[in-house]
Ligand binder design. Structure first.
Ligand code: GAR
Length: 201
């Protein structure tokens, strides 16, 4: 039987883009005193997600390839913030092995399609929705999954789908999918942070 307790933990959000999911997560957890977004990290200095750092008084970190792939400094940073879970919300770089190993089962990603279809390198953002449209799929949706060392291949935690019409453009598909992301991502994170680790209590 799954043990549920009050959600608690410190979250680091990794994002490369506008951060609409990051915003939903920040807003959702404002109501939960024991869940804190402690860091917003990005590989892109111009990513507008970083503005939420100032707006919500959250620390930000911008890193380059050297820092992320050639050093392991980010581990110290995450430990200093006592990060329990890393949430990838539109983060486009592959997560290096050392980081996956430091946070086993504690890095999750959201993907804007029903994996295992439409995943892998290069499959992000509108590329995904264009591919779904080109294949004339009757449905699309979201996948929230654990992160391993390969793009979009970690085990699946949650999926939700939406019906598509043949007249839907890729932009319309993106809108439907984003709506699912905004609703479910914070709630799935909450449920993961509510599961007591084995042997605890
Ligand atoms: C989201 O749709 C997310 O699923 C996708 O990037 C978007 C980021 O939007 N992620 C990927 O494609 C990862 N392969 P946001 O910046 O507005 O949250």
């Amino acid at each position: 039987m799954e043990m549920l307790s009050k959600p608690s933990g410190n979250i680091a959000i990794f994002a490369s883009g506008t951060g609409s999911n990051a915003l939903k997560i920040i807003e959702f957890f404002k109501e939960e005193a024991s869940v804190n977004i402690v860091l917003i990290a990005s590989n892109k200095p111009s990513a507008s997600v970083l503005n939420y750092g100032e707006e919500f008084d959250i620390e930000t970190l911008v890193f380059d390839r050297e820092y992320f792939y050639k050093s392991e400094k980010i581990v110290e940073k995450l430990q200093a913030f006592e990060v329990d879970m890393i949430v990838l919300a539109g983060f486009l770089w592959l997560v290096p092995g050392y980081l996956v190993q430091q946070f086993p089962g504690r890095i999750i990603n959201i993907h804007p399609a029903l994996l295992p279809k439409y995943g892998g390198k290069g499959m992000y953002g509108m590329n995904v929705h264009r591919a779904v449209k080109a294949a004339n799929e009757p449905t699309s949706g979201i996948t929230i999954h654990y992160v391993n060392e390969k793009y979009d291949e970690g085990s699946i935690i949650f999926q939700a789908d939406c019906a598509l019409n043949s007249s839907d453009t890729p932009e319309m598909i993106a809108k439907k999918v984003l709506k699912l992301e905004h609703y479910y991502f914070p709630r799935v994170i909450k449920s993961l942070l509510s599961q007591k680790p084995e042997g605890d209590g």
